[in-house]
Structures are given as structure tokens and as C-alpha cells.
Ligand binder design. Structure first.
Ligand code: FCB
Length: 423
């Protein structure tokens, strides 16, 4: 029997560049992802976010889907270049207008807006001056955070300062595969980490200063390890590997050691998709290889429900903050069937297993307060373009039409029953 706390929050998530489109509308400035996706060879099949899911115009459809699934919260992100097209403090009222419509629409529908201030779409104007290598970006981000907090005061009270610093720094500045596509050396990456760290702390402070009712966190990711067996030795091995930060003080690799927390966070958001088994070997903790031929999602990620039990457990025990799962989900080879529906049993099976695991974490005493499924709708999956479908609703990119998948209907039953319907 699965159990979730009475006020457990069921939601879905998205991000601005991945869904909005309207790239040149409402005075929006260019972002690093516009530049990157328009550079030949950077994104699969030349995909860009110019139109994406057209949520810039179809936000009402998105709210309708959330309502249909009886979800209590929507995690979306605000495109910084809509608010500050030139990457400075000349604010763009039309940029705010779009999010006013979205936020007011959510509130009318009884859905809590959870806003992410930075889900990777840095204004290109700032990148031209060094982006996260330049302390100017820190100051401008803090001003943007404060301005946005003032604008939405009383309407948005749940905030993520950043999404996955490990990815936007590691993949964007270190690995070249994400915008801005740089391959910086270790020293320069440390500078990016320092700047991000300061920007995060300043935003946490600004959001609290503007409204004492604001609850602030960030959405982190990292490799989660879970014990290969129930033995206390394997649990310890998994804990140690999960936090193995022996890769540098701010470790730009994929570790869950959240060394950049400033202490002012009200919660920690965890984006968990997969992990690895660990055991205590003769010479210390070791990773157990994933079984040959074991299940994988369409993007190739392993299927490891245990990561959603042990990730939150380890992080809560180390950082003593309430946890929200800010992302979890999978891509499938979804399509419209002859009957006009999208049948995606793989997604239902995957989510059921992961949610059962999450419920075990909660039953073991971990303070997990909510779960955001990634994603509300199929969308632009960064360098993978439109090949990967992560949505609870299918998007026909030619028409913009959304179709709730079988998994969306299933998720509605789970959310509606607060998880008691999980088999
Ligand atoms: C996460 C990102 C999110 C989405 C999922 C699949 O790393 O935060 O935008 O791309 O992966």
C-alpha cells in the first residue's frame, strides 16, 4: 500500500525555451539557446525553439491539461530575455504581460504557480560579455530576481532560483553540447560555479526580502546511487558514492553533493531520472554495472525506480530541508494511434514504479512534499531537438494540438486519489 501525506502536491513541469515559441514576439530578446539552436549541427535535425509548443499563444490549452489531470501545481520557467531583452535592467512590460496571463490563469484554475527564474535561457547580450564567467551576470540576475519577485508578489510564492547548475555549467560551458557551447578549462568553470553560487544566494535573499511568504529553493540533479542489497554496508556505499565530491570543491561533475547551497533555502528540488546500484566492495564503495539488456527509455536512460527512494532519503538526511521532486519522467516513442489516442503503457509502468519508490522514501520518514512530473507536454528536448517525447500530453508540432496520453489520464487518477490508486 502506497502512502503520501495528506497535503502532498501533485504537479507537472516545463521550461520556457522548451515550450513557449514566440521567439520574436512581445519584445523578447535573444537567448543563448536561440543562437545555439540556430547554429548548424548543434541540435538534432536542426530543431529550434522558435515555435516549439507555441505555449506563448496556447497557454490556455496547457492550463486546461493541468486541470484535466487535477494537478495542484505547475512548475514553469520565466524566460529572462522576455523580461530583460537586452540583458540589463531595462524591463520589458510585454514580457511580464505573458506571465501575468499565465499566472492569473493558473490561480483562477486553482493551480499553484511554481516559477523557475533560470532554466538555461540566458540573454545573449549577457553571454556576449562572458555570461556566467562575468560577475556582471550575477548582479543582473539578482536585479531580475528582485524585479520579478516584486511584480508577482502575492501571486507567486514558490520559486526555484535555478534549474540544474550541473547541466547549464557542465554541458554548456564545459562540454560544449548545450548553449553557449563552450569548452572551458577547469579554472574558468570554477569561476562560473562561483558566479552561479553567488547569484543563487542573492536571489534567495531578494525573494525573501520582497515577500516573507516566499518559499525558495533550487532544482538540482546529480547521480543517485541506491544500495544493491538491504545490507547496511551497501546503504553506506550508496550514500558515499552519491555524495562523492572528490572531484573539486564545486565539483562540476554530476554529484548530488549540494555544496553551493547558501543555507537560506526553504526546500530542495530534486530532478531525478535514473541512478545506479552501489555495493561495499573489498576496497570500498563500488558501482554495480547496469544489467546487459536492462530496460532503457527512448533517450537511452536506465530505468531505476530505486533512485527515487534513495535520492530524497540521502539528500534529506544530509541537508535537512523538505524535498520536492522537481522533475521525474521519461521519453517514449509516442505516436497517435489509429484511434486518435496515444497509448503509452511504458510511461505508466515507469511512473508507477518510481512513485511506489517515492512512497517508500516517505514511509521511511523522509520529508517529501510534492512531485512534479516532467513534462506536462512533449517539447524541445535541448540538443535532442524534437525526437524525445517526455510529455503527459502529445504535441503535434505542425498544428500545436495537444492530446492527453493514456499516462496523462492515469496520472489524473493518481493525483486525484493522492496516490492511493497506485497499484
Ligand atoms: C532535465 C532538464 C529538463 C528536461 C529533462 C528531460 O535535465 O531540466 O529541462 O530536459 O532533463
Amino acid at each position: 500500500m502506497t502512502r503520501f501525506p495528506q497535503d502532498f502536491l501533485w504537479g507537472a513541469a516545463s521550461a520556457s525555451y522548451q515550450i513557449e515559441g514566440g521567439a520574436k514576439e512581445g519584445g523578447r530578446g535573444e537567448s543563448i539557446w536561440d543562437v545555439f539552436s540556430h547554429t548548424p549541427g548543434k541540435v538534432k535535425n536542426g530543431g529550434t525553439g522558435d515555435v516549439a509548443c507555441d505555449s506563448y499563444h496556447r497557454w490556455r490549452d496547457d492550463i486546461r491539461l493541468l486541470k484535466e489531470m487535477e494537478l495542484g501545481a505547475y512548475r514553469f520557467s520565466i524566460a529572462w530575455p522576455r523580461i530583460a531583452p537586452s540583458g540589463d535592467t531595462s524591463w520589458n512590460p510585454k514580457g511580464f504581460d505573458y506571465y501575468d496571463r499565465l499566472v492569473d490563469g493558473l490561480l483562477e484554475a486553482g493551480i499553484q504557480p511554481w516559477a523557475t527564474l533560470y532554466h538555461w535561457d540566458l540573454p545573449q547580450a549577457l553571454q556576449s560579455r562572458g555570461g556566467w564567467q562575468n560577475a556582471e551576470t550575477v548582479r543582473t540576475y539578482a536585479a531580475y530576481a528582485e524585479k520579478t519577485a516584486r511584480h508577482f508578489k502575492g501571486r507567486v510564492t514558490h520559486w526555484f532560483t535555478f534549474n540544474e547548475p550541473q547541466c547549464f555549467i557542465g554541458l554548456g560551458y564545459g562540454g560544449g553540447g548545450h548553449a553557449p557551447g563552450l569548452l572551458l578549462d577547469g579554472q574558468s568553470l570554477e569561476t562560473c560555479w562561483d558566479n552561479f553560487r553567488l547569484a543563487h544566494a542573492l536571489a534567495v535573499d531578494a525573494l525573501h526580502r520582497v515577500d516573507g511568504a516566499n518559499l525558495v529553493g533550487l532544482a538540482s540533479t546529480g547521480d543517485v546511487y541506491y544500495p544493491a542489497t538491504d545490507s547496511p554496508e551497501d546503504v553506506e556505499a550508496a550514500r558515499q558514492l552519491t555524495f562523492s565530491a572528490a572531484r573539486g570543491p564545486y565539483s562540476f561533475s554530476h554529484t548530488l553533493a549540494l555544496d553551493y547551497l547558501c543555507g537560506g533555502e526553504d526546500f530542495i528540488g530534486l530532478n531525478i531520472y535514473h541512478g545506479g546500484a552501489a555495493r561495499m566492495g573489498e576496497r570500498g564503495p563500488e558501482a554495480v554495472p547496469y544489467p546487459v539488456g536492462g530496460p532503457r527509455t527512448a533517450i537511452g536512460w536506465t530505468v531505476t525506480p530505486e533512485s527515487l527512494e534513495w535520492g530524497p532519503r540521502f539528500v534529506a538526511e544530509r541537508y535537512h530541508r523538505p524535498i520536492y521532486i522537481s522533475e521525474n519522467g521519461l521519453s517514449c516513442r509516442d505516436k497517435l494511434f489509429l484511434d486518435g489516442q496515444v497509448h503509452d503503457p511504458q510511461r505508466i509502468d515507469f511512473l508507477a514504479r518510481y512513485l511506489q519508490a517515492l512512497s517508500r522514501a516517505i514511509q521511511s520518514g523522509t520529508d517529501v512534499r510534492g512531485y512534479f512530473q516532467w513534462s506536462l507536454i512533449d517539447n524541445f528536448e535541448w540538443a535532442e531537438g524534437y525526437d524525445q517525447r517526455f510529455g503527459l500530453a502529445y504535441v503535434d508540432y505542425a498544428t500545436g494540438e495537444r492530446t492527453l496520453k493514456d499516462s496523462g489520464r492515469w496520472y489524473a487518477c493518481i493525483a486525484g486519489s493522492n496516490g492511493t490508486n497506485l497499484f
